[in-house]
Write a protein that binds this ligand. Structure first.
Ligand SMILES: *[C@@H]1O[C@H](CO)[C@@H](O)[C@H](O)[C@H]1NC(C)=O
Length: 379
């Protein structure tokens, strides 16, 4: 029973050994790459399964920053194409970056959302070699992650060594074309972002010819190649000439002429007076229309008492006419909807037969009847 326990302890020891801080040297002026091996961190997430040789292939992403800082140092860049690929820290340190850089790496398992911290120490040390003669090549059929692994860098070095004729070549910089204003390619096979590779040597470009490339996708585009000669150092800018520190005497101070006075009146008229006058005219116009030209009011005021009396008579005449028209509907029972449902006082419902009204008694408008009048036949 003790065996699994021991294997687990062993696994924990192995894991803690693997996550121990790695320390790397990065010489100034030389390209530096640190590959974040996904498989190693994968095993750290699953220490026991590593012993038994079955490590699941989880998606893993990395977040990198300089210790006590939110981001990486300026010279160091990070890239990872896909959570199933390795990540890379890369860049070229310069003289001012010398010293110890502690890079914190947060490893996130995107399946289980477990995380842990790791760190790598990068010591930027002095120049290992001077590379005054440099050349930059553009490799169109590559992406930055495909060029960063050491084996691919070696292949490119071999190709360039053959055409340069120097054997001390070193990488100065590797940059994605996207960082140089390149365009994101279509997501189709055969379209690549492109990579700029800068190599340097101590030797002059003795022969410079387009050689063949071992790996087709490493071939360079010749029209985008540039040679850089840093062998003669730039002369430092001339030191500023120091004066005596005392202002020279003589000559009167001539103040600069003030600009000619400007007339602001036209601006004032255009921005203040004109809109104000316009608003006033519109206000007066609206006031005149509202107060003096309301036709509806005039008509009502013009209704004399005679006219009102006439209206009243017309209404009464029309009502009488309607009543007489209703009276001619002989034999047809009144619509049920016009009849009361039951006697209000007794609650008695009229028998259907009793509903045959005399035409004269049919109330035209029920609501006008007195509430307590029995609407049943009165005969
Ligand atoms: C390397 O390339 C990057 C991106 O183009 C640039 O910012 C950096 O200055 C370059 N470094 C050197 C040493 O050329």
């Amino acid at each position: 029973m003790a065996a699994p326990h021991w294997t687990f302890l062993l696994a924990v020891c192995v894991a803690s050994f693997l996550t121990a801080e790695a320390s790397k040297n990065a010489p100034v002026g030389q390209f530096f790459v640190f590959e974040l091996q996904k498989e190693v961190y994968q095993a750290d997430f699953n220490p026991v399964s590593k012993i038994y040789g079955q490590v699941p292939n989880d998606p893993i992403v990395f977040k990198c920053n300089k210790q006590f800082s939110p981001d990486l140092p300026g010279w160091l860049r990070y890239t990872q194409r896909h959570p199933h690929d390795n990540g890379f820290l890369y860049g070229t340190p310069m003289e001012e970056d010398r010293g110890k850089h502690i890079i914190e790496i947060t490893v996130i398992n995107r399946r289980t959302y477990e995380t842990f911290e790791d760190s790598v120490i990068i010591n930027v040390v002095g120049r290992a070699k001077l590379m005054p003669f440099q050349a930059e090549f553009f490799i169109p059929r590559r992406e930055i992650e495909k060029v960063l692994p050491p084996s691919v860098q070696y292949d490119i070095l071999q190709d360039v060594q053959k055409m340069w004729g120097a054997d001390d070549l070193g990488f100065v910089n590797i940059t994605s074309a996207l960082d140089r204003g390149g365009r994101v390619p279509l997501p189709l096979p055969g379209y690549f972002e492109g990579v700029y590779v800068k190599l340097g040597s101590e030797a002059y470009f003795s022969k410079y010819c387009s050689g063949s490339c071992l790996v087709a996708s490493n071939c360079v585009e010749w029209c985008r190649t540039s040679l850089i000669d840093l062998s003669s150092p730039e002369p430092p800018p001339p030191a500023p000439t120091m004066g005596s520190g005392i202002l020279e005497t003589g000559g009167e101070f001539d103040p600069p002429e003030s600009p000619p006075p400007r007339d602001f009146f036209p601006d004032y008229v255009a921005t203040v007076i004109f809109p104000f006058v316009l608003a006033l005219i519109l206000f007066l116009l609206l006031a005149y229309i509202m107060c003096c030209r309301r036709e509806g009011l005039e008509k009502r005021d013009a209704m004399t008492p005679e006219l009102q009396l006439h209206h009243h008579h017309t209404i009464i005449e029309n009502t009488d006419e309607l009543r007489s028209m209703a009276g001619t509907r002989e034999g047809v029972p009144a619509p049920l909807s016009t009849l009361p449902m039951f006697n209000r006082r007794t609650g008695e419902r009229p028998l259907p037969l009793q509903r045959t009204y005399q035409p004269d008694n049919i109330p035209l408008i029920m609501a006008q009847q007195e509430p307590n009048v029995d609407t049943l036949p009165r005969k």
